[in-house]
Design a protein around this ligand. Structure first.
Ligand SMILES: [Zn+2]
Length: 487
């Protein structure tokens, strides 16, 4: 079985488009393909056949970096992104995602040309985390590459894969509870920085991607201003998308931007980088400017783990408290209480260890502000900062455990902590993620925010409140702290 047999160049993909295409059938429309805001021009043009758009898989595989194998003896097509593998057999409706059977809308099949095969794009794309949507006005297929660590497939979740968001709209962790509405006026480049000018208020969300290196900034609840500069394409078929190419020796090759989502209206900026570098977004709310710049490494060459010393200061932060209840569980329990219970149990475990000096941001039902919490950690010159939260999502199906960090110097702590933490919860492993959160951003030491599980999910919530569960999670957190500190 050889990768990229020559004929695979003409393997095509079939998109089962939404019902809105019904009026546009009879193969008169050539659908446009927009990947991450950039229009693709495949060598074999996509066509609509019986409400189905066919596009060449080469475009998808090349652009998203997937591998495709075809085994001619058993007519199997295998698509993999290195983590997940989809196996489809020609003319068989059942596909296998990591060995698990899933029914496709339409089977992979040979097209008119004997050298081409068709497989359903929506099925393949969504299985690998690509967001695929059909816009009937512009007759375009919009595809967005995966942007977060892929959730482990959940056998109970059917075909729909929804990416969990931490504390979405529920808690003030990242300010996203305020539905900010604003317009982006302009994007421009200056030396090694990108500036995004806006009206209104915005809470940017950032992601770091590699292979190829990208830095992604999402602006939820934002739209392009009519006067946006550089001007967006006049051609309404292309949609609100464009790019800014960058000349000269900058590490930024270009900036792509598009209206990434309509609900909520979200603008995505993608910086294509020559090589991995640490960027940060500084939000100047007074001038309505987002400054995306190379991160200053003032403590140059931070060791991966702290140097051994007789005693370490560890700040434990129980999220929310007092007037801020945090998320509310499906059984009406309050997030602030479980966060505190786990922190107090962690404290009890570590209190016996004289090598660790513990500082708690709260010991009871009080509400220190987010700034109080980061200030306390910074002023006490803590070695590490651990914030404990429990998650919630509008979708009751979302479940599992996540570890978040913001600054690169927290990655090592997150990567040491997460496996011990997630094992202790026994819940679904949603992985280590980056997110722009106050307490992990404004603290000056390695800092992580732990999301134990989802209060909005029936199964998660049923175990979260158990004493034994909380004790086990506290043990996991304590073990993560000790392991990171080499104790
Ligand atoms: Zn929270």
């Amino acid at each position: 079985m050889k990768k990229w047999l020559p004929w695979l160049i003409v393997v095509t993909v079939m998109l089962f488009a939404s019902a809105g295409v019904a009026n546009a059938e009879k193969a008169t429309v050539t659908p446009r393909l927009i990947l991450d805001g950039v229009e693709l021009y495949p060598s074999a043009p996509p066509t609509l056949i019986e409400k189905t758009t066919m596009v060449p898989i080469r475009i998808i595989t090349e652009s998203l970096g997937y591998d495709v194998d075809f085994n001619n003896s058993n007519k199997e097509i295998k698509v993999t992104d290195g983590k997940k593998t989809i196996v489809m057999t020609l003319n068989q409706q059942t596909a296998y995602i990591d060995g698990q059977a899933k029914e496709m809308y339409k089977p992979a099949t040979l097209a008119k040309d004997v050298n081409s095969a068709l497989v359903p794009l929506r099925f393949v794309g969504e299985a690998l985390g690509v967001n695929v949507s059909w816009d009937n006005v512009s007759k375009a297929v919009f595809m967005y590459s995966p942007v977060v660590v892929e959730p482990v497939p959940d056998p109970d979740q059917g075909n729909e894969q929804v990416l969990p968001e931490p504390d979405s709209g529920q808690t003030p962790d990242d300010g996203s509870s305020q539905a900010s509405v604003g317009k982006v006026n302009e994007v421009f480049h200056d030396t090694d920085s990108i500036y995004i000018m806006y009206n209104g208020s915005v809470t940017p969300k950032t992601m770091v991607l590699s292979n190829p290196s990208r830095f992604v900034v999402d602006l939820p609840y934002m739209d392009f201003d009519e006067r946006f500069s550089p001007a967006l394409p006049v051609d309404p078929l292309v949609g609100k998308a464009g790019e800014l190419s960058i000349e000269g020796g900058s590490n930024i090759q270009k900036v792509r931007y598009s209206l990434f989502s309509k609900q909520p209206s979200t603008i995505r900026f993608v910086l294509d980088l020559n090589e991995n570098a640490d960027y940060e977004v500084v939000n100047d709310t007074m001038f309505g400017a987002l400054h995306i710049k190379l991160k200053q490494n003032d403590q140059q060459e931070q060791p991966q783990q702290p140097q051994q010393k007789p005693q370490y200061t560890v700040v434990l932060d129980a999220g929310h408290g007092g007037s801020d209840s945090g998320a509310v569980s499906i059984a009406k329990q309050l997030e602030k209480n479980i966060n505190l219970a786990i922190v107090l149990k962690t404290q009890a475990i570590l209190a016996k260890d004289s090598r660790i000096k513990l500082i708690l941001t709260r010991q009871g039902d009080t509400f220190p502000t987010l700034k109080d919490r980061s200030d306390l950690a910074n002023q006490s010159k803590a070695d590490i900062f651990i914030s404990v939260h429990s998650n919630s999502n509008d979708s009751a199906a979302i479940n599992g455990t996540e570890t978040y960090y913001t600054r690169e110097d927290s990655a090592a702590l997150a990567n040491v902590m997460h496996p011990l933490f997630v094992k202790a919860t026994g819940l679904k492993d949603n992985g280590v993620r980056t997110k722009n959160l106050h307490v992990t951003r404004e603290t000056k030491m390695p800092a992580v925010l732990l999301e134990v599980g989802y209060l909005s999910n029936k199964a998660d919530n049923s175990v979260l409140w158990g004493e034994a569960f909380q004790e086990r999670v506290a043990q996991g957190i304590a073990a993560g702290i000790k392991q990171y500190l080499n104790l």
